[in-house]
Design a binder for this molecule. Structure first.
Ligand SMILES: Cc1cc2nc3c(=O)[nH]c(=O)nc-3n(C[C@H](O)[C@H](O)[C@H](O)COP(=O)(O)O)c2cc1C
Length: 209
């Protein structure tokens, strides 16, 4: 039975279905950092085994976005011997550096902690929690007309990355998502998925049919 706080199912379904990955190159301006901070605070309300609160957030200003873009370009460029990678690196530096908004979300998990020693799954569960938080945030942004892209472009491989974002505990934090966000006129249709019955074992099916 719907609770007194329930939204119509169609409303929630439409937000979930219409969230698509957008191209940061097409973003034109973004919401205020204060507004994004508020959304992050809401998004944190996700299931979290052992209540470890593993997510750490780095909300970058334009100077740091530009720097992270440059660091990623250096990773993409490699040793500089492949002309196609040089081109890609330039494109990425442009695309990342000009993004109006970038939030980096990491998972803080200490394998040597007493909790992790007792519960070896804790690192995996922490990652699951951070992923839930990221999806919460993407949906909140979608609802506010803010386009997003979750990226795992491996900028963290750059030796200067942790310092560039003032990472709190570089040895314990792993990047889960680089969330690019901004306003975009691009419209992308909902994604078509495989039929649910291909992926669902439903032991109720026979009773309900
Ligand atoms: C964990 C994760 C990592 C991702 N990393 C990248 C990435 O590095 N580059 C990229 O273009 N898209 C990335 N994406 C976005 C996916 O490519 C995208 O979700 C997928 O193509 C489905 O499209 P949709 O989000 O529009 O439904 C990532 C998504 C997730 C969940």
């Amino acid at each position: 039975m719907p609770s007194k706080n329930s939204l119509p199912l169609d409303t929630l379904a439409s937000i979930i279905r219409s969230r698509r990955t957008s191209k940061p190159a097409l973003f034109e301006g973004g919401p205020s950092p204060t507004f994004v901070r508020n959304l992050i605070d809401i998004a944190r309300h996700a299931p979290n085994h052992h209540r470890t609160e593993p997510a750490r957030f780095y909300l970058l200003d334009s100077q740091r976005i530009h720097l992270v873009g440059r660091l990623f370009a250096e990773i993409v460029r490699g040793d500089g011997s492949d002309p196609s990678l040089l081109k890609k690196a330039d494109r990425k530096a442009q695309e990342w550096g000009k993004a109006p908004g970038l939030l980096i979300v990491t998972c803080h998990s200490d394998k040597s902690s007493v909790l992790a020693q007792k519960n070896p799954l804790v690192t995996q569960e922490d990652y699951a929690t951070v992923s839930c938080i990221c999806q919460n945030l993407l949906l909140l942004m979608q609802n506010e007309g803010i386009s997003t892209k979750w990226s795992t472009g491996q900028v963290w491989k750059h030796p200067d990355f942790a310092k560039a974002i003032n990472m709190g505990s570089p040895t314990l934090e792993k990047v889960v998502a680089l969330i690019f966000y901004g306003y975009s006129k691009e419209h992308i249709d909902a994604r078509t998925l495989a039929p649910l019955d291909d992926h669902l074992v439903n032991f109720h099916a026979k009773v309900e049919d």
